[in-house]
Write a protein that binds this ligand. Sequence first.
Ligand code: SF4
Ligand code: SF4
Length: 453
Amino acid sequence: MSVKETVLKQDPPCTSTLGNYLWRDPPQESKWADCVHCGMCLESCPTYEQTGEEQQSPRGRVYLIKAVAEGKLFVDEHFADPVFSCLDCRACTTACPVDVDVGGLIEEARGQIRQSMPLKGWKKTVNRFFLHGVFPHHNRLNSIGTLLRFYQKSGLQKVVRKTKLINIMPKHLREMESIMPEVKSCVHKKYDSVIKANGETKHEVSLLTGCVMDVFFSDINESTITVLTRNGNDVCIPRNQTCCGALHVHAGDREMGRKLAKQNIEAFENAETVIVNAAGCGCMMKEYTELFRDDPEWKKRAESFEEKVVDISKYLHDTGYEKPKAMLKTRITYHDACHLAHGQGVRQEPRDILLDIPGVEMVHMPKADSCCGSAGIYNLTHPEMADAVLKSKMENVPDDVEMISMGNPGCMMQMALGVQKYGRNQKIVHTVQLLDWAYQKEERGSSHGSPKD
Ligand code: SF4
Ligand code: SF4
């Protein structure tokens, strides 16, 4: 069956095709209409910085996306390459004087590409296994966490590394294995669905525990719960919540993104506030409306859901938190995760939290809001570009700091790789962990020393 015939058989029928975009949810004209081709976004774009090519720039990508809508170009591999090589970092929107939403256009264009040119062979199998078979299922994530814990604790990891068995894996997977954090029990499994505040309850909040976050960084989820309960919050963990869908939407799988969004909107229906400690997930959940533009009922529900979603650092900053008394003597620099700074406009709040910890000395990082190259699974799909972007990032990390703080698990893994690759020795931490460690130190009655004491 031809693409055209397949398109005509869409169920329900698609009424919103545009030029050579033949599927539901084409890129929206309102998103590119204001672009005046001024080029003020070029210098902010990591892929343009690396290649100097117009089609690897925001302006070039907007031009290509518009050209397909005008019927001048087709959705083919020449179009797919610049669209998928974008990191969706949103730095261009920050730089753009008229706020062109390049990231939104890119996601919509990817949706068209994935439907016109579906993945085939092993790429299709791997993609379906992880994006459909693992990430949306807490029980399967738990099982993977258990297997990884066994791999790390049983000595198998040491054997695999020592015997060089690890070398059968592709280079970028080997690198990811080498920086895999210690896997602990998932918070989703470990805690009751409601964790009461220490002392008087001031607020009730719900927590997104996440998929990757709860397997590889459950200690950050633990720190988030500790900090929230310490500051008078009852923390609810809805059992039927699922993966936010960011990885799916970034990969062009908007149908699955919609399915997961609906599940989360229902799971958090009764929540007043939805706390997120992963910038990528928070940004996705604050954009659920984009997925329901031709579905008025779900669009309305998505709009009220989005208003409840807030990053942990912004929530603490806005509602107030107890300033820790214990001293964590350390020099820190802060990396702005793209989906926190460019995506949600949260920049100063995490810095203020860090500065409220006695003994923390903040060191400025030049171009702190430039991408690290993580970008979901970009470092796996485009390892060479991700490496080049990471190298540029690491050149801006000050030498004389002990820690690099940030608010996104993907960045934490990528920056850990950068530290290892470029012979640095900084510890990678989430902002909320620092606050938790300061509280812990206070409870132990120690007021001086390093964070590791
Ligand atoms: S996206 Fe914005 S900054 Fe870039 S060329 Fe268009 S108007 Fe200018
Ligand atoms: S989202 Fe990032 S990588 Fe993509 S065009 Fe904009 S600046 Fe470049």
